[in-house]
Design a protein around this ligand. Sequence first.
Ligand code: TXA
Ligand code: MG
Length: 362
Amino acid sequence: MYGGSSRYSEVKGTKILRVDPSSPDADLIRVAADVIRRGGTVAFPTETVYGLGSDALNPEAVMKIFKAKNRPLDNPIIVHICRFRDVNLLASNIPRRLDILAERFWPGPLTVILKASDIVPRVTTGGLDTVAVRMPRHRVALALIRESGTPIAAPSANLAGRPSPTSDRHVIEDLAGRIDVILAAGSTPVGVESTVIDMTGKTPTVLRPGGVPVEDLRAVLGRVNIHPSILSRGLMEPEKPLSPGMKYRHYAPRAEMVLVEGEDGSVIKKIRELIDEYVVQGKRVGVLTFDENLDAYSRAIIKSLGSRRQPETAARRIFNLLREFDREDVDVIIAEGMPEKGLGLAVMNRLRKACGYNIIKV
Ligand code: TXA
Ligand code: MG
């Protein structure tokens, strides 16, 4: 699909620049940064997922992101920085505790919601008076932001509603022909998006579980709330979403999907029954399971998120496996749940959203 080893290629008019993730080529970063400075769009790797970036302070440039992704205009975009002092440019009333958070988790997969300064265009914040700020730790991301000389607005580089992109291949699938440049650097190491924490209220509140476990945030901040829509297991839709992104269907594969949660033995039994039912209906079935249960199923396309005890592996694999099922054209995906410890909370949140809260409890 694209020129494997060559540094430059083009797909449908989108330039693909192949960079070394551990030591990004300065000349390619310069080409991409020029595009950002001129108001264009560049997809780039972060440690979580690929982002689709443009100059966060240029409203026309940010509009191009919404257009390329088909993203609803009220869904705000995270602003990425490469040095701590830029927070002062983007935010006002900065809580003192931000220092401790940044010290411990930046650069890294943590996004902080703060009161926005006047310099941030309202199209970037989806019309809100708050701004989401993050300092990623991927070398390519940091080099691009530094070289651009401006904060970079970047949502995940997928078409709205699709699983987030964890490799350049996913970005090309969704966005070739819709954006100017893709900085291609293989797979992203964390695999789920950043944890979003709202620091504007009295008690810090996690709006999206992600790459930084809630347990780690509590170790640093003490009391941290988790937004009820995350814990409700999707049985209730949030009435008034705090994070606009909460209300849209997300991470969805093209296939129908169902998540089976409960005690291991009952989950296996239920999934075997479901496979039988779907196969009788002539459907092509995919099962998303864990290494421990790989031998429990037959008559289905089986994929593993790794060991149930290794949520980091599940995080790294989840979005790629959802896209693989699509490429293999399954009609239905049956997924197993996992414990919500550490990154397990983020993985379960993505699975519940991916299936549109189509959950069977056993
Ligand atoms: O890891 C990540 O966070 C990736 C990489 C590229 O940095 N970005 C990412 O962006 O996942 P996106 O747009 O796909 O998800 C950002 C989430 C959305 O749910 C959005 O609604 C929420 O953060 N968000 C952004 N700004 C917000 C704000 N001011 N208040 C509340 N939620 C906000
Ligand atoms: Mg996204």
